[in-house]
Design a protein around this ligand. Structure first.
Ligand code: NAP
Length: 315
C-alpha cells in the first residue's frame, strides 16, 4: 500500500484542491496525497512527512509523528514562528525556476528605476513633455542585500545586463564576477556605492526592522530601494521620512507588514512609492510540485531529508 502524504494548508478551497491535484499527479506512483480533513486517525498517526502551505499549526501538531514538513513557499518565517522548536524539521521550497522568476523581476524593476519610469509616468499625468539625461547601466550600481538562491541569480541577471553589482550576506561569500561583503562595515560600504538597493533577505529576528533610520542614513542621496523579500525588514515610518526628505528618490515595494496593504496606507498614494501586490516571484505550481515530489520520493526511498531551516538563525 502506498503511504499517505498529508497536505496541510489554510488556502481557500479552490487553491487547496488545485495544489492537491498537482501534488497527487507528480506523486501518484509512490504516494497518496490527502488534505488534512481527508485523513483517518491511523493516517494522522502514520504520517512522517507532510506538505504544508500556510498550515493551521494545530493541524500540524495533530500529526504527532511528523519528522519533517515540506513548505510550498521559499519564505518560511511564519512556520518558524508558529511551529514549536522541537517540532518537525522545516524544509523550504528551493526551486531554480522561482530564482529565475525573481531574477527577472529584479531586472524588470531595476530597469523601471534606471529608465526613470516613475518620473515619466508622473509627467504624463501632468501632460508634461520633458526629457531627462540618460545614464548607462554601467553608471548605476545595484546593491543586493541577501545573496542566497534568489540574490545570486538576480545578481547574475543584472550583471549580464551591464549593471555593476555588489552583494551582501550574513556570512562571507565568494561568487564569480560579483563583488561581495558581509558584516556591518560591508553593509555600509554597499549602501555608500549603490544607486539601487534590492532586499532579498529572509525575515528573521536579525533582519526584522534592519532597514530603519540608521541604515537609511548610509544610503546614497537619490538612491532607490526595491523590497522583494518581506515587509517587516523595512521600518515603514523611517522609509516614509527618508522619501519625504528627498534622501531616497523611489521605493518599489512588493511586500508589506500587512497584506493586502490596507486601503488607508500612505504608500498607496505616495508619489515616490510603487506598490506591487506580492507578485515578484510567486510559487509556480508545476515546477514546485516536481521539486516537492523529488524530495519526498528520495525520503521514502532512502530516508534522506533535504537541508532543513536552521531554527536558531531563522532561515
Ligand atoms: P536564502 O537562499 O536562504 O538566502 C538568504 C540570503 O539572505 C543569504 O545570502 C543569507 O546570508 C542572507 N541573510 C540572511 N540573514 C541575514 C542577515 N541577518 N544579514 C545579512 N544577510 C542575511 O533565501 P532565498 O531563497 O534567496 O529567499 C530570500 C527571501 O525572499 C525569502 O526568505 C522570502 O522571504 C523572499 N521571497 C519573496 C518572494 C516574493 O514573491 N516577494 C518570493 C520568494 C521568496 P548567508 O548567505 O550568509 O546565509
Amino acid at each position: 500500500m502506498k503511504p499517505v502524504i498529508p497536505f496541510v494548508s489554510n488556502a481557500d478551497g479552490a487553491e487547496r484542491q488545485a495544489w492537491r491535484t498537482a501534488l497527487q499527479e507528480v506523486l501518484k506512483d509512490i504516494a497518496d496525497v490527502k488534505t488534512f480533513e481527508e485523513l483517518t486517525p491511523d493516517e494522522c498517526e502514520a504520517a512522517k512527512v507532510a506538505i504544508v502551505a500556510n498550515p493551521d499549526p494545530a493541524e500540524v501538531a495533530a500529526l504527532k509523528n511528523l519528522i519533517w514538513v515540506q513548505s510550498l513557499w521559499a519564505g518560511v518565517e511564519r512556520l518558524v514562528g508558529e511551529l514549536p522548536e522541537d517540532g518537525p524539521l522545516i524544509v523550504r521550497l528551493t526551486d531554480p525556476q522561482l530564482a529565475d522568476t525573481m531574477a527577472e523581476a529584479v531586472l524588470a524593476w531595476t530597469l523601471y528605476l534606471h529608465r526613470d519610469m516613475p518620473r515619466y509616468a508622473q509627467q504624463q499625468s501632468r501632460k508634461m513633455w520633458k526629457s531627462h539625461q540618460l545614464k548607462l547601466p554601467e553608471e548605476r550600481t545595484v546593491g543586493l542585500l541577501g545573496m542566497g538562491n534568489l540574490g545570486i541569480k538576480s545578481a547574475q541577471r543584472l550583471k549580464a545586463n551591464g549593471f555593476p553589482v555588489t552583494g551582501w550576506s550574513r556570512n562571507k561569500k565568494s561568487i564569480a564576477g560579483i563583488e561581495t561583503s558581509h558584516g556591518p562595515e560591508g553593509l555600509k560600504s554597499l549602501l555608500a556605492q549603490s544607486d539601487i538597493v534590492v532586499v532579498l533577505m529572509p525575515l528573521t529576528a536579525e533582519t526584522r526592522g534592519m532597514i530603519g533610520a540608521e541604515t537609511f542614513a548610509h544610503f546614497k542621496i537619490g538612491a532607490s530601494l526595491i523590497n522583494f523579500a518581506r515587509g517587516p525588514i523595512i521600518d515603514t515610518p523611517a522609509l516614509l521620512s527618508t522619501l519625504d526628505s528627498g534622501h531616497l528618490s523611489h521605493a518599489v515595494l512588493d511586500v508589506f507588514d500587512q497584506e493586502p496593504l490596507p486601503e488607508e496606507h500612505p504608500y498607496w498614494v505616495h508619489d515616490k512609492v510603487t506598490v506591487l501586490p506580492h507578485i515578484s516571484a510567486p510559487t509556480i505550481t508545476s515546477t514546485a510540485a516536481k521539486i516537492v515530489a523529488g524530495n519526498i520520493e528520495q525520503y521514502l526511498k532512502t530516508g534522506a531529508i533535504p537541508a532543513a531551516v536552521d531554527r536558531t538563525r531563522g532561515y
